[in-house]
Write a protein that binds this ligand. Sequence first.
Ligand SMILES: [Zn+2]
Length: 302
Amino acid sequence: MRLPPDTIDNMPELPDLAILADAFHAAISGRVVVAVEAPGPLTVRGTPRELDALVGQRLSSFYRRGKFLWLEFDRDRVAINAMLTGRLQLARDPGVKKPQKTLFMMRFGPRTQPPADAAGWTFGAEWMPSDDATPELRYRDATQMGKIYILPAGVERLVPGAGESEMGPDADDPALTIDTWRARIKRHPGELKNLLRNQEFVAGIGNAYSDEILHAARLQPSRKRGTLAAEEIDELYAAMRATLAQAVAVLRERVPPTFETEVRDFLAVHNRGGEDCPRCGMRITQTEAGGFTTSYCRHCQR
Ligand SMILES: [Zn+2]
């Protein structure tokens, strides 16, 4: 299939998915599933019977791990890999107009209270469905490349990319300390952009945020890890944490209530080839090598 040129650059990454996980956990956890529909059967890995069996189960948790979203119910689990163009909509009630190409829908009943561990930034949000509402989670996907895995208790079903050995620590995981980072990065001698996008090394970063992190660290994307001085390895760690945290803070303000839209216009370099570098004022370089866009400043990244 031929993809629109900007598709890979719009792939959801850690900051986008962190907002979704926080918001959907706050909005729908604690509710019981009252209906499930899958008009796009290719999107769903699971049988109609397994889908039906979700009805009546209470959602206890909605969280992100790497580029995957996980829903934990009383008994079963669901994993969502949005891939390139999968997007989630939060409809306050079933009457809200469905987006085109809605491939999966889950409707929830009322609840007595929001989950106790809901993220603080969601408290009192205007978009939050009231506890007596019947909100819907809707999944749309223009390229239909994303997948939704139904994982009933006791059924072995592979979720490619989500295995223990396939995914390193999350890039924002507090357990990924600077010491762990220094130890893990030694095993990877190659180019920094590829390193950051390697989910086995660190999970959650893709094409857009790898460019942003490298700009913040003042390191070029094609620079080899093996050439970095010890302080540069530490700077890369600090830049990764700061860049992701700043993006999450921006997206909390910008994304809700339209969780199905992706906000990228605040990025410093990614997809800004030919524009002025916000740090040094020189022109940003952009390449399309390997089928994806790489943007960096050759004047202030070394
Ligand atoms: Zn610059």
